[in-house]
Design a protein around this ligand. Sequence first.
Ligand SMILES: [Zn+2]
Length: 333
Amino acid sequence: MREEQADGGAVAIGVELADLATRLAVVAVTADGRRIEHIQRLRLERPPTPEQAVERLGELVARLTAPPHAVISPVSSVGVAAWTRVDPARGVIADARFGATWEAFPLAERLAARLGAPTRLLSGVSAAARAEARQGAAVGRSPLLYIHLGRSVASALVVDGVPLEGARFDAGRLGHWQTGLDGPRCVCGATGHLEPLVSAQSLVRLAIGMAADDEQALTAIHRVTGMRAEALTAPQVVALARDDVRVIRELVDVAVDALAGALANLVVALDPAVVVIGGPLAKADGVFLDWLRERLRARLAGVADPPAIAAAALEPDGAALGAIWRPEPSAGG
Ligand SMILES: [Zn+2]
């Protein structure tokens, strides 16, 4: 019954907004402190407008909270992790990465009105990092340097559970780290940045590009994708590198070395207790992280002990979990 569930205490909801898909993680905490997790997923129209996203999320939460199939009691607070630049203080989307209609959209305020609960907004990378620090791969270790290698490359430094947001809420844009290499062009227009070398999407694109002029790579890609090169995934690229498909091994080598270079600089500046890598590359049979550890150790030889490098433990729901927050009892949200 809803009353009995509500009696158990506040129910906090975490939502992840990626570009096209939305994950909704619900965590209910009962009176005796037990945690009930409930994960929902939905896909938004492409391209999603912010109004559509608010409406669809409202419908989804209503399904979870309405009888007869209510799985949670009424919502007390909502946290949203959006994989774009956000202003967490004002709860506003701060750029147009999701589309022009999203820029300056007051997402927290609009969702709060739709869901009837106080709502906070965090960047996706900050939320995912926060979750790893609180309940994932970095529990008990601080500072955490979290690096997400996905469609883009982003990072977050979490000190004692709190992600550093930066003066303009713009910290962690590691994708635009300057490698000093004459690499492919970045989305920002510059060359030599980290993202076009080492994001999961970049590695796939580069591997397919290489295969156009290399018979061994083309044959190998066709073999692992069932002749559908366009379906190639980042873990498959890493597996082909491990299997010594020469041009792919070379491009993964460059990627790992560029990432290790950036990491080595960050390690000497910040001395993190642990580095957690999120995204599909971290899951690539462990071998990508093994190569990264090896390169980092070499780069730091005689300078510093390399920190532990771990794969993210909470994917794919880490960002939604990390967005969850609870209003202070006295502040009332
Ligand atoms: Zn860039």
